[in-house]
Design a protein around this ligand. Sequence first.
Ligand SMILES: Nc1ncnc2c1ncn2[C@@H]1O[C@H](COP(=O)(O)OP(=O)(O)OP(=O)(O)O)[C@@H](O)[C@H]1O
Length: 445
Amino acid sequence: MSTTTTEEEEAVTRETQETLLEVNDLKTYYEDGGFLSSNPVKAVDGVSFDIKRGETLGLVGESGCGKSTLGRTLMRLEEATAGEVKLNGTDITTLSGADLKQFRRDVQMVFQDPDSSLNERMTVGEIVREPLDVHEWKTPKERRQRVRDLLETVGLQEQHYYRYPHQFSGGQRQRIGIARALALEPDFIILDEPVSALDVSVQAKILNLLEDLQEEFGLTYLFIAHDLAVVRHICDRVAVMYLGNIMEIGPSDEMFEAPANPYTHALLSSIPEPDPTTARDRITLRGTPPSPRDPPAGCPFSTRCPVKIRPDEYRSLDDDVWQRIEVFREVLRERSRVEPSISDRVRELLGRETHESGMDEILEELFGNLDVPNTVMEHINEAAEYAENDDEEAGRTYLREEFGSVCDRERPSQLGVGDQGRLSLCHRHEDEYDEPATVFESLVH
Ligand SMILES: Nc1ncnc2c1ncn2[C@@H]1O[C@H](COP(=O)(O)OP(=O)(O)OP(=O)(O)O)[C@@H](O)[C@H]1O
């Protein structure tokens, strides 16, 4: 049908478009000598992608998954720990002097909260003119004219030049932020949740403005958002981020219609469907994302994945028992996050052995009403014993060795799915395993 041809044509067009930004195995770690552990926060943990000139790439994921850190690293507001960021073929992570100054003209950022990103003591004219002054753009007279033109471009008026940000509505303030970002004619703009703080009625106007500006000036966008509906509307492609990794990246229409990665699947199933006849089955994710100080050794999503690969000997184990084992593993992980000295202190304060009394209750709660095979229960008891003796780490290792699979052990690579260059980070795309979609089907029926 014609849609397929159009989609294929789009894929071919993308192939021939010029690459503006290329990111290779980028890592940004925060070494802040944390209170609970000296491990760094692995906010961005090895991401690779590219953005073509004129394209809009959406970056979505739950709070804390590393979206802003990635955006800030691309802006050189955070220092990359490892990897490459190439803009027009030049690695920007090592730029300095005049080259860095030029880079600061080419890449701009629009922030979520126009209230806190605009200096209340400056007039609108001064705010928009500031980057022109810093970069000594042409003459002062030409700068003033440029600001007037920019105000008009973003839908404000010339007389707004002498007013202060507090005299404007949220949408107008975001227009001021956009005018400022456009001042130096950048190639690339990072939009960090640009409409999240605005009323729904104003959001559409700002999104339309951004689309018009993109067309007029040939801009390339990285659009950071947690609102998937907004992303679907405005982005050509979407990258789904989880725990510092890109789990899936590809054309937005294709991804929204048939997510390939289990995490994308779960994320999309949590948005209400406008058309109830196509309602997807909702997937409720267990637990919370692991700490980015201590991410899983294998797949980043392995601790919560509803379609995680099981070891052969447990393929036919009852689903409920299997889920509870996974929860038990999560419990030990949580407990091992607490530094022993703190748990000792708690025990001291309570005047009792908190760990020991807790473990029996946990096992009863998790497995008490289930028919658990003896061999399985023996393994669980063994791990519980380690935990009772304050060695959660040994308990975790024991469970990983017994119940773990390739998902726990090996980080998957990004594998191609579909025929439009979509990539997904999941072992299930390897030939020997069932695809995530097939397993989700069987879970539901
Ligand atoms: N300056 C910092 N020092 C230490 N850790 C940080 C710092 N900034 C962010 N983090 C941590 O890095 C991780 C990623 O944070 P980031 O703000 O990039 O996520 P996000 O997806 O943008 O979240 P949100 O949507 O809530 O802004 C989080 O665990 C966060 O606590």
